[in-house]
Ligand binder design. Structure first.
Ligand code: SF4
Length: 272
């Protein structure tokens, strides 16, 4: 049976709280149906209701209803098409990259590696071919970059708009770092230095490092070591202007990639 906007709307809490970032439950239902906006963005659906709705959406899509979610391959193709139509000289300047001599690509640094993003593909300066997730991430950065300067104000991920459904994933990255370096601030300082982190001062933190994770995207790591019964804690802060460069999902990918590299792992296992 067809599962349309009005049916989705009826299955929502209908409180119009706006936590999904769409302003009202009806706007959210329309986005789910027309844009394949993920149901996870409504944090007020209980698991049973969520599962039932997903089943009905999947069945409806099989019958031609609504829009299917884009696969990662489709997302990459769409981004390549955007790059093909972009003014690469302007975007290189906006994102802090370097336009290649032939004007067909932009050299970028992400964490501790160099990449070349071009109209055709994204290649690493050294080592393995980047995963599809790294490619998607770098093309989002390249095409979204506004060129605006950082606001100079550090914020937590959850303070950015429309991050409710993803903030647990983001904070899990900080927790991984805290567990790894609990009782080992010297180890954290060494790992931070290897990723280009510079010591910084911020509030009451026992350790603080500033990283230039992308040419126009800084990240601040705050570390409080364990104390009596309290375990170690890490916060990852972003410049308030970060959405000028990355969307909410890309920022979670950034946090996962950052935590992996800080813990000495490569990016092959990091997926959006
Ligand atoms: S978060 Fe859920 S309940 Fe709140 S407006 Fe969005 S769809 Fe409605």
């Amino acid at each position: 049976m067809a599962y349309k906007v009005i049916d989705i709307y009826r299955d929502l809490p209908r409180t119009n709280c706006g936590d999904c970032g769409r302003g009202s439950c009806f706007a959210f239902a329309s986005a789910v149906y027309l844009e394949a906006f993920p149901l996870e963005n409504c944090p007020h659906l209980d698991p049973d209701r969520h599962r039932t709705m997903e089943e009905q959406l999947a069945q409806g899509r099989e019958e031609g209803e609504g829009r299917k979610p884009a696969s990662s391959e489709q997302a990459l193709q769409a981004l390549r098409a955007t790059v093909a139509g972009a003014d690469l000289a302007t975007q290189a300047e906006r994102c802090g990259g370097t336009l290649t001599a032939d004007g067909r690509g932009v050299a970028l640094r992400f964490l501790d590696s160099g990449y070349l993003a071009s109209r055709d593909d994204v290649a690493a300066d050294a080592g393995d071919e980047p995963t599809i997730w790294v490619k998607i991430f770098l093309l989002i950065y390249l095409t979204r970059a506004s060129g605006r300067s950082p606001a100079g104000e550090w914020v937590a991920y959850r303070e950015l708009p429309n991050t409710v459904s993803k903030s647990t994933s983001f904070e899990a990255c900080a927790a991984r770092i805290a567990v790894q370096f609990e009782g080992d601030p010297a180890g954290l300082a060494k790992a931070a230095a290897s990723l280009g982190g510079e010591p910084h001062r911020f509030g009451s933190a026992d350790g603080c490092f500033r990283f230039q994770v992308l040419p126009r995207v800084p990240l601040l790591l705050l570390f409080w070591d364990r104390e009596e019964e309290f375990p170690a804690r890490v916060s990852l802060l972003l410049d308030r202007q970060v959405l000028d460069y990355l969307d909410q999902e890309a920022i979670v990918f950034l946090a996962e990639a950052f935590a992996s590299r800080l813990l000495g792992k490569d990016l092959n296992g990091v997926a959006a």
